[in-house]
Write a protein that binds this ligand. Sequence first.
Ligand SMILES: Cc1cc2nc3c(=O)[nH]c(=O)nc-3n(C[C@H](O)[C@H](O)[C@H](O)COP(=O)(O)OP(=O)(O)OC[C@H]3O[C@@H](n4cnc5c(N)ncnc54)[C@H](O)[C@@H]3O)c2cc1C
Length: 574
Amino acid sequence: MNTKTDVLVIGAGGAGCRAAIEAADNDPGAQIVILSQGPVGKSGLTVMANGGMRWVTQPDDTPDNLFREVVEAGDFINEQNLVEILTEEAPARANELIGWGAKELPFAEVSQSGGAAPDQRGTGPSYVRSHYVPGVNYMMALRKELESRSNITIIEDSIATKLIIRNNRAIGAVVLNIRTGEIFYIAAKAIALATGGLGELYDHSSNTPFGMHGHSTGMGCVLAYDAGAELIDLEMVQFTGDQLYPPWLLGNPALLVSLCGGKYMNVHGEEFMKLPLTRAETQILAHKEIAKGNGTDRGGVFIDLTASSLPGEEIEEQLKISLSASIGKERWKLIKDMSADNPDPKNWKIEFTPGGAHFAMGGVRINGKCETNIEGLYAAGEVSGGVQGGNRMGGNALTEIIVFGARAGKFAGEYAKSVDIIEPEAGQVDEERDRLLGLFNSEGAAPCEIRKKITAIMSEYVAVCRSGEGLNKALAELEALRKGEFTKMRVPGGKVFNSWWVEAIQVVYMLNLAEMITRSALFRTESRGAHYRDDYPERDPSWVKHTCLVKKDGRIDIRAVPVTITKLDPEAKV
Ligand SMILES: Cc1cc2nc3c(=O)[nH]c(=O)nc-3n(C[C@H](O)[C@H](O)[C@H](O)COP(=O)(O)OP(=O)(O)OC[C@H]3O[C@@H](n4cnc5c(N)ncnc54)[C@H](O)[C@@H]3O)c2cc1C
């Protein structure tokens, strides 16, 4: 089923859906194809999002105030032109989404923090900006809009495995239909990449709470890299705490302390850190405290709610808010059942451990039009880098994906109007088809076992706190995997819905991305944002730069490139 389209959107979370809608509306005569690895509205990270969204609403607040806080939280390596776009366009995009039926719940009214930024540094006035549009509502509205446009074709359960490039222009993609096992080619005038994050490269990640494995493996970054695109700041991976007790999956520590009061305590009952802290700082300080021997037997520290000045009922309300509204009721009941011997949250000490990959700040390098350095290739959402800098503030991803999703759709659509479809060179598509079919093999290591080895290496050496020694060990172990298990993977069975086959395809990309993240982390010889190096514990003013990686002669080439500064001088911080 080879096909042709004007704009091909790869990935159907918030960024991809918004891109497809914009491309379709800008040119009703254009054909748009949107590809999704799973069912639209049920796969990817947007649907899982708690729903915190940050945009300026109060009359005395301005996008400029928010701009400053985003850049400070990002540790000054945000592309400031992109942050300006984010903060200025977010209100209109968010209201448009709500107008399409995404239900906003009254977060700011009930939040004790008044909706103030939970991980803001406290350097300025704190405005009510947090809105609450749960991911399920968000995606239902987008799916409805997608389906209402006759020039959009949705292809589900299908993965793009290779971008086809001719003369530095993206001209199409090879796709595997997981349902049928068919491998086909989509020729496109323009391509918008919106494949989301990479949390599944780690043992623990908030990116798989519903067990939907395989949608956040960072495949889009590797597709772009193989196509010749530049990737920036891959070392900037945001972690959020894993709750040990009471056991639930969502909820980041800074948000919990901000909403409920309470103190960060070590196992000896000593307060070891205080708000305001960024998400990154919370993780790094907790990790260090545990490394000093001040953690619990399970390797955790506490958010001590007994120290909160709020009454128990109010703490309970705030804790409920921190859970996703769509599943909060059931989850809250579960938590209460599990805490039956100690039901009043006022008496709780929430035990958490740092780790749990949550968000990728780095990714494909884009400009304000979402263009990459490959002609005809656009990127938006978590697969792209530069908007959030070294650390993302809570609530800024759900705005980023609609703001930049719409831009990617608009500019990809405009580009598509100016060019013709180009046929691939002889053999370009067949080579990829042969590679995919060549993965079938009756002997060797199971791809899921190899995946576990990759995630174990990343969690051991490339997680919250890193060191040159550890990062070099990671590279050596990844290389040993490449030369060992990778040379023979076991993929039995037929082509129809064969999860072993899909896993084998993805694990190759995961290994490559793991190496890229590790090399980027080794290259940045300082600590900034979410990247902490034991051997370079200080922020280095000369490192207000992006790490930038590109494929050159088949190898990873890495260099530092300047950060775009429009309004806020990094000297203000460093
Ligand atoms: C548990 C959780 C809670 C969160 N809560 C919040 C919050 O409250 N506020 C906030 O601002 N942010 C939050 N985030 C972050 C935010 O949800 C994500 O950053 C954002 O939704 C990413 O959107 P996206 O469109 O870029 O990617 P996604 O929504 O992940 O969509 C990616 C799409 O690409 C598809 N795909 C991937 N690879 C391929 C391929 N090769 N071929 C075809 N399709 C492919 C996937 O199937 C999926 O459809 C949360 C994240 C998590 C995990």
